[in-house]
Design a protein around this ligand. Structure first.
Ligand code: HEM
Length: 491
């Protein structure tokens, strides 16, 4: 602490008397706009300069935010994290669980929006069943069925130009919800079937939920003063998700195991959390990975060669099949590096500390802006280029693309800092669904790119934070069926 510079010296936008920095976000001019947090982070990066950190101080009802733009510093902070890491997000979920529906959640409110001992107790009850490699591996066959149905549905969605519909992102939400349902609840929810009345209700709740979250989480918290329309939609959606989890808990799936060991209530609350954070995240990751592959013919062709050699035909997929597809795994890693679903992960600092040489008082919020670090030249040469080979150890890149080969060589010389791209967070509070999400995405991507040549005929997508990082424009990919003799996988 002795040699550290004072907190006040951390650069950042200058707060005005009384209104602090909140006015910037209230006016919403770029880069100070919640929807454009990507631009906000780049601006803060500029302000941080060589000092390595920036801050946004004096926000109404919010502790000061500190942004360390360094993978080394990120590593240090994560590694000295105490046993109860505090991730200060989802105030409206905290309100729902611990105020509005306290009667139901009681002292076991789950993982999301929960801190301290209640979080730790709950996480230790569910951690083994969820995060163990076997939990995701055993889910592969059931996820295969869901992905298979979804890819068949994609065929029916195509218009006369073989383009996917404007609301393809919504279709991806349905696939993700159906997948989480199959894994967690051990049942098919019917989201891929538009004619199913119960499924329509779930889909309407999903729409309601995802449309209200950005307004509640990222704008001024007016819902604390009165029941805004977004707040009402949000509460109705959560109530119906909760009812769904209670009704659809079966004797199969991950939550059934939890019900046996910790009771039905814990299992229901866990199912609700998994549905809440396990749908928009994987849908956004699928959207960005398909987009990056569609724009990159070289990578897509190389992936298809791997799929042609390893994807089982005429039988359901198993985790061992996925083990044979390192290039597929590298494609997802590279997509999550360029377009992470969550731009920055946060922690509330539990004791006074030093970050990037500055004093940071207890109670400040540190935001690890891994979207910036994973898109910076100093960590990833030619960061905007989609080159999955960066992630493959000991594999030489084909020399047909000399630029990709050069970038890859530079990346190999530099190495990859393990804290420069952390799309799933780190430590005791890291994403508990990581392995499941990866398996789910690998299976879907494998099926899509095995069956189709995917291309992108529109202008470059732009992105917004809502609060996941998703494209603004419709995802009208063009699909051309690949031909390969009488292979049944193509029928
Ligand atoms: C590509 C998809 C996904 C991404 C990028 C992602 C990312 C994240 C991140 C960054 C965190 C915070 C980690 C931290 O604080 O260190 C998180 C937490 C969490 N994720 Fe994911 N996630 C994804 C998919 C899923 C899925 C599919 C599920 C469940 C089905 C899930 C369940 C959770 C839960 C329950 C937490 C809270 C953990 C806790 O606080 O103890 N995630 N995720």
């Amino acid at each position: 602490m002795g040699n550290a510079r004072r907190f006040a010296m951390i650069p950042g936008p200058k707060p005005l008397p009384i209104v602090g920095n909140s006015w910037r976000f209230a006016i919403g001019q770029k880069p100070w706009r919640t929807k454009s947090l990507d631009a906000t982070l780049w601006r803060l990066r500029e302000l941080a300069g060589t000092g390595g950190a920036a801050k946004v101080a004096k926000l109404f009802g919010h502790p000061d935010l500190v942004f360390p733009f360094s993978a080394d510093e990120t590593e240090k902070i994560y590694r000295r994290e105490d046993s109860l890491p505090h991730r200060a997000v989802a105030p409206c979920l905290r309100h729902y669980k611990q105020e509005l529906r306290k009667d139901f959640f009681g002292d076991e409110p789950g993982l999301i929006g929960v801190h301290g001992m209640p979080w730790s107790k709950f996480r230790s009850k569910v951690s083994k069943a969820l995060a163990a490699p076997e939990a995701a591996r055993s889910s592969v066959p059931c996820l295969d069925y869901v992905a298979e149905d979804f890819v068949k549905k994609m065929d029916r969605m195509l218009d006369e130009n073989r383009e996917l519909p404007k609301d393809y992102l919504t279709e991806l939400y349905k696939w993700a919800l159906e997948s989480v349902g199959a894994w967690a609840l051990g049942t098919r929810l019917g989201c891929l079937n538009n004619d199913d009345e119960a499924a329509r209700e779930i889909i309407n709740s999903i729409h309601g939920f995802f449309h209200s979250v950005p307004e509640l989480e990222l704008s001024a918290p007016l819902w604390r003063l009165y029941s805004t329309p977004a707040y009402k939609t949000y509460v109705n959606a959560l109530d119906s998700f909760r009812a769904l989890c209670l009704k659809r808990l079966t004797d199969k799936g991950i939550c059934a195991n939890i019900a046996k060991s910790s009771g039905e209530k814990v299992a229901t609350i866990l199912a609700l959390d998994l549905l809440l954070v396990g749908v928009d995240t994987t849908a956004a990751a699928a959207a960005s990975t398909i987009y990056l592959l569609a724009k990159n013919e070289r990578v897509q062709m190389k992936l298809q060669t791997e799929l042609d050699n390893n994807l089982p035909v005429g039988r359901v997929m198993h985790s061992k099949d996925l083990d044979q597809m390192p290039y597929l795994r590298a494609c997802l890693k590279e997509a999550l590096r360029i377009k992470p679903v969550i731009l920055g992960n946060g922690r509330c600092i539990q004791s006074d500390t030093v970050i990037s040489g500055y004093e940071v008082p207890k109670g400040s919020h540190v935001v690890f802006p891994h979207y910036i670090m994973s898109n910076e030249e100093r960590y990833f040469p030619s960061p905007q280029e989609f080159i999955p080979e960066r992630w493959l150890r000991g594999q030489s890149i084909d020399t047909t693309d000399s630029n990709a080969a050069t970038v890859c060589k530079r990346q190999k010389e530099k190495g990859i800092h393990p804290f420069a791209s952390l799309p799933f967070g780190f430590g005791r509070r890291m994403c508990i669904g990581k392995r499941f999400a990866e398996a789910e995405l690998h299976i879907l991507l494998a099926k899509i790119f095995h069956k189709y040549q995917v291309s992108w005929r529109h202008s470059e997508l732009t992105y917004s934070v809502t609060p996941t990082y998703i494209p603004n424009e419709p995802l009208q990919f063009t699909l051309k069926q690949r031909h390969k003799g009488n292979n049944p996988a193509f029928n």
